[in-house]
Design a protein around this ligand. Sequence first.
Ligand code: PHE
Length: 343
Amino acid sequence: MLDKINSLIEEVKAFDAQTLEEAEAFRVKMLSKKGAIPALFHDFKTVAPEERKEMGKKLNELKQAATDKVNTVKARIEASEGKLKQSADKPDMTMPVNFDPVGTRHPLSVIRNRINSIFQRIGFVISEGPEIEDDWHNFSALNFPEEHPARDMQDTFFVEKSPDIALRTHTSSVQVRVMESQQPPIRTISPGRVFRNEAISARAHCIFHQVEGLYIDEAVSFADMKQTLLHFAREMFGEGTDIRLRPSFFPFTEPSAEMDVSCTLCGGEGCTVCKYSGWLEIMGCGMVDPNVLENCGIDSKKYTGYAFGMGIERIAMIIYQIRDLRMFFENDLRFLKQFEAAT
Ligand code: PHE
């Protein structure tokens, strides 16, 4: 009988239930009139007098353990069912608040959107194209003669085993695609990622972003370009901004120029940012070379146009006074969080 009691005590200890029905079935099996424990109490009458004391103690222990177990298991199940019901009825106002982390726009996206919208407001449309380009769209159509050193100006990443396929070095390639597929008037800007095989430093990276623009129509002049770019500079950097154009060279424009804006920090007085020149270089521009128009199926006798191109990183560095271009590519939250308020 002692063995039987001990094995029931073990069974009670090990028992657990997930539903009230299971707990009740256990109670019936152990404690009801016809259950195992009352049966033992019945047998107790036959126990020899000298064993009664110890046996009675054990038997009472078993009864108490079984009763406690059934009660605690039932109480736990009832409590959790009740909680479920409560949370379905109404929200628990005492719950601590969890703030979901909110992402912010990357500074390059912020500046790209601003550049885009300045030009969109004066009638330019956005065009996009592939990042992997053929030689024709990146170079040949743009009047880069084969084997010409001008191609070295833009250190190119070629795609393995195909010398004619490369990562685009500028988004002028997109403008070739636009000119090939539609006739003037054309007013388009091409934002996008470009690639050049340059050593990475605070001022250069092998990936950067550009916005290039193209305007083609009858009788478009250099003066039209200058006025449009002045408008852009003032919208981007502020009302008091001045521009200057310096002669330059690009294979696809003639004449070509580099455009500077008056230094946004010192207003032209001279400071460390503009290296005491009063000016910051921000883009290349020029009148589209007639060869480029002809290459793309546009009549160069009838139409003229201008083009320009700028690096988004460069503009963002000026506006936010960022000294190291690599910051844009590191995704360091301490850097990115500083642009939370920018839209
Ligand atoms: N495509 C030139 C570059 O990537 C920029 C440019 C565009 C210059 C249009 C002149 C005209 O450097």
